[in-house]
Ligand binder design. Structure first.
Ligand code: GAL
Length: 902
């Protein structure tokens, strides 16, 4: 079996050059563990701890432990990220006086469930429905709260005796506390940050060591679904006592001309040995293809440096080099995201032995954030066509999955998105790798609140103790990603309202950010701070949430209570003429895919309520996309504001995808309405409005609504068309409804007086007088069958790769029935298994892993994977009462997940 796997992956193994396969007898059923040391020659091993976990969760506190009780033991985990030595924390001299049975080596965890990490304990549900529930709509009505324990054995081999052994956790939700062999190691409370703990003092060499991780998720701790558990990757790093430190390389690039770039490198070397080491460092730079993991041409070498590193010392090795004719990293689609990789090798002076090798992926590029021209990438002004994204991946939850993230990016890219704002927390590191690889621009953000709470149990509770460490750790982890053009230290923080006190906190954070990473500018998203207040003075870039286009500033919104803000782009520009201005959140336009509610407002933007675009009984919002949250605006209003202020660098739309939790305006629902794309990944009509703006050369014409309205015969049923054309003529059953010209600051064609008659809508669009694109929508028949489409014909048999299968309810002519809500049952046979189903309906409380799923507006989604190590055929079938069933075949093949092979 193993031999077969190796044969099938020989090419990749060869090209990666550093992959070592280790037969692991205790996971014989899964056949292999992939160990992928960063180093071919140095001794570093980075082992992914994904399998063999035991997990148990309790809604009560089962062990009586609290973070506050153990805080003195946990705070020292942050010491590497506290600049002032006198602010660092002393490790208490004795072990805490508590018994923790779940951390004990002898505890019998055989009755616990097995888990594969990344793991989100809450996503399988069930949903809490109703009012008096422990987790309401805001946090997604899923059982995130309580204490979760994870246990796993890790093997420390005799060869590891002289090594340093680290546990690297990319994200654990939340208040992580870690024990090894019953000894408390440390922890990290902020669930979105990555952290490292030194296991070395507690390891026992030559045997299995018992790792135990405790997580504790409070209720009322988040404004959205946080997920729960070890929801990102966990790694075991074994390395020589003298090694490149955690996130220990920092490369900055200055492309002074197209023919040459200067690279500056800092390598932090840590010596945990008892003796001083004479260390020599060499770093070679290669072109790099993240898609295949292959190194290309060697383009530069940094000068070798030798230094003595004392015991328990960490020192920086600084050097510079030049790359001639560099292949620049640039933003899609006008530039290519060329990546480089720096391979740093540490040698001991005596004998020139390589003791550690460390890889750094980076890109050579220049960003200029210009107050008049916006973002300039390698000299080219590049408008930000961005979306805000939460971290959950829909029905598979917060557990990071590479394919799920990749699929989101593919769908966004097709729409024309070139930038992502990480709202409002550090992302999974692999997501940043993907964004680099595909040439997206990134606004990387760390906090949703500072000292002032948004929820009783949110980050404000630990902000004073942790803000510096969290901020420095976040920046150190992410600083080499070329896609990040801006750091954000906050989102709509309460400190906007507290004048000098708030600004003082802002200045502290910005000061840390500048100190940590001087090459990029720093911002914080503001929905309240005004140009004449002091708060914005703290930031390098003005990032406005909704204020640019105005909040509750038009007559349709005038009845609403709450702050009304006139459009503020001009006054911010007046107050801060030298700062770049961008919109970090726009729109908050709300809609349910495929739902149309009549009558349709005649204005271009209106708040949702029961008389305007919403229905609080069905909890659905009309997809005419003219409706918004009370503080928001339609896309059309935002576009006009942006076009009238060309100095604005662009926008991030709230949001790209729907996300779990925060179901404004209906908090009895489970998931948001603000996505351009629904929770299942199906585009709403609005997708084509953005596409027509962001990809003006694409011949688009999208008609809404659907045209199957048995109860609307003779009734006014407005027809809107989203197109990149400048003129359009609509025909209803062959009869022209008039030819319309897009006027300045209008972004859709709308025929608001159309009277419904069954038959056909047809639009012909024109650009510069010539036919540009056409579209037709027909009245369809009754639901007669199902059609399945897989997003890819084959997936990797690694138990992680996913195939997304769309089920359409169709009539007897194969046309999608737009209002179909039929029950569908999905069955997966062969080597595959069903992971989750969804339909994008924010009100559907069917648990995500269910094989039964109602269609919503004619569509449903099934997600399947291949069982680990089992290549072969997978067949997915869909059936439903009185429907012709459907089936689709997918192949599971051997393969390696290259992004995870860092
Ligand atoms: C913004 C906030 C986002 C989200 C959004 C809802 O004010 O920054 O996190 O809550 O509103 O539409």
């Amino acid at each position: 079996m193993l031999a077969y796997w190796v044969l099938n992956n020989a090419f990749q193994l060869f090209s990666l050059g550093f992959l070592a396969l280790i037969w692991s007898p205790n996971v014989a059923a899964r056949v292999i563990e992939v160990h992928h040391p960063r180093s071919p020659t140095g001794g570093r091993q980075v082992i992914r701890l994904d399998t063999d976990w035991r997990f148990w969760h309790s809604f009560e506190n089962p062990d009586g432990i609290t973070y506050n009780q153990l805080k003195a033991y946990i705070l020292p985990s942050s010491n590497d990220f506290i600049a002032n030595p006198s602010d660092r924390h002393q490790q208490p001299s004795s072990e805490p006086n508590i018994t923790v049975q779940y951390a004990d080596n002898n505890f019998d965890d055989s009755s616990w469930e097995t888990a594969r990490v990344p793991h989100d304990w809450a996503i399988k549900g069930p949903f809490y429905v109703g009012d008096d529930v422990p987790v309401g709509g805001g946090m997604g009505r899923l059982p995130v709260q309580g204490v979760g324990w994870y246990r796993r054995k890790i093997n420390i081999e005799p060869d590891d005796a002289d090594k340093q052994i680290y546990l690297d956790i990319d994200g654990a939700m939340s208040y992580a506390i870690v024990w090894l062999n019953g000894k408390l190691v440390g922890g990290w409370p902020y669930g979105y940050n990555s952290f490292r703990l030194d296991l070395t003092p507690h390891t026992v060499v030559g045997q299995d060591n018992q790792l135990a991780v405790r997580l504790d998720n409070p209720t009322e701790s988040s404004r959205w679904y946080p997920g729960g558990g070890l929801y990102r990757n966990v790694w075991l790093t074994k390395v020589d006592k003298t090694h490149v430190g955690q996130w220990g390389t920092y490369i900055t690039t200055e492309a002074s001309s197209s023919s040459s770039a200067t690279l500056n490198l800092v390598v932090s070397v840590e010596n945990k040995a008892k003796t001083a080491r004479d260390i020599r460092i060499s770093t070679d730079v290669f072109e790099f293809d993240p898609e295949t993991g292959r190194r290309g041409r060697k383009v530069a070498s940094f000068p070798r440096i030798s230094r003595i590193v004392s015991p328990n010392q960490s020192i920086d090795f600084n050097s510079s080099t030049t790359v001639l004719n560099p292949r620049l990293w640039g933003a899609w689609p006008s530039q290519n995201p060329n990546m480089h990789i720096a391979i740093t090798t540490l040698y001991t002076g005596d004998g020139d032995k390589a003791i550690d090798t460390y890889e750094t992926r980076f890109g050579i590029r220049t960003f200029t954030l210009d107050s008049n021209k916006g973002l300039i990438v390698n000299g080219l002004p590049t408008r930000i066509q961005g979306v805000d994204q939460h971290h959950d991946l829909g029905s598979i939850g917060a557990a990071f999955n590479l394919r799920a993230a990749q699929r989101q990016l593919e769908i966004l890219r097709e729409m024309g998105v070139n930038a992502i704002r990480m709202s409002h927390n550090p992302p999974a590191p692999e997501l940043l790798d993907l964004l680099d690889q595909h040439g997206f621009l990134v606004m990387d953000e760390i906090f949703d609140c500072w000292e002032i709470q948004k929820n009783p149990n949110d980050f404000h509770l630990i902000f004073p103790d942790w803000y510096e460490a969290d901020l420095r750790a976040f920046m150190r982890r992410d600083r080499n990603h070329p896609s990040i053009y801006l750091w954000s230290v906050g989102n709509e923080v309460g400190e906007q309202h507290t004048d000098e006190a708030g600004v003082a906190v802002a200045r502290r954070l910005v000061g840390i950010a500048h100190d940590e990473e001087p090459t990029r500018l720093v911002t914080s998203a503001m929905n309240f701070a005004k140009p004449n207040m002091t708060f914005p003075t703290a930031f390098d870039v003005i990032s406005l949430n909704y204020q640019g286009e105005g909040i509750r500033d038009t007559p349709a919104y005038s009845q609403l209570s709450g702050i009304a803000t006139p459009p503020l782009y001009d006054s911010f520009k007046g107050a801060y003429p030298e700062k770049m201005i961008e919109s970090s959140e726009t729109a908050s336009s709300l809609s349910s895919r495929g739902i149309y509610i009549f009558p349709v407002t005649s204005v271009i933007s209106a708040p949702v309520n029961d008389t305007s675009g919403g229905n609080s009984t069905t909890m659905q919002v009309s997809a005419y996309n003219l409706y918004s949250a009370d503080f928001g605006s339609s896309p059309d209003k935002v576009f006009a504001a942006q076009d009238q202020h060309p100095f604005v660098a662009g926008e991030f739309v709230w949001t790209g995808f729907d996300y779990i939790g925060e179901p404004t305006p209906y908090y009895s629902a489970r998931s948001s309405y603000s996505g351009i794309i629904d929770l299942a990944g199906f585009p709403k009509d609005r997708y084509y409005l953005y596409q027509s703006r962001w990809r003006p050369d694409l011949r688009t014409a999208h008609i809404l609504p659907h045209w199957t309205w048995p109860d609307r015969i003779g009734k006014v049923t407005p027809v809107h068309v989203f197109s990149s054309a400048d003129e359009a003529e609509l025909f209803v059953n062959g009869k022209s409804q008039g030819r319309l010209v897009k006027t300045q600051y209008s972004y859709r064609f709308r025929w608001d007086e159309v009277v419904y008659a069954p038959g056909e809508l047809h639009v012909v669009t024109y650009k510069d007088g010539k036919i540009w694109a056409k579209a037709t929508v027909e009245t369809v028949g009754d639901a007669a069958g199902l059609r399945l489409t897989a997003d890819r014909p084959s997936i990797r048999a690694d138990g992680e790769d996913l195939v997304y299968i769309t089920a359409e309810v169709i009539d007897n002519k194969g046309r999608v029935v737009p209002q179909a809500t039929n029950y569908i049952t999905f069955d997966v046979s062969g080597v595959g298994e069903l992971v989750a189903t969804d339909n994008g309906d924010p009100t559907d409380f069917t648990v995500f892993p269910s094989k039964h799923r109602k269609a919503f507006s004619g569509l449903a989604l099934a997600i399947a994977r291949a069982k680990m190590g089992k290549p072969g055929p997978i067949t997915v079938t869909a059936s439903g009462a009185n429907l012709q069933p459907a089936k689709v075949a997918v192949k599971a093949i051997w393969g390696v997940n290259l992004v995870l092979l860092k």
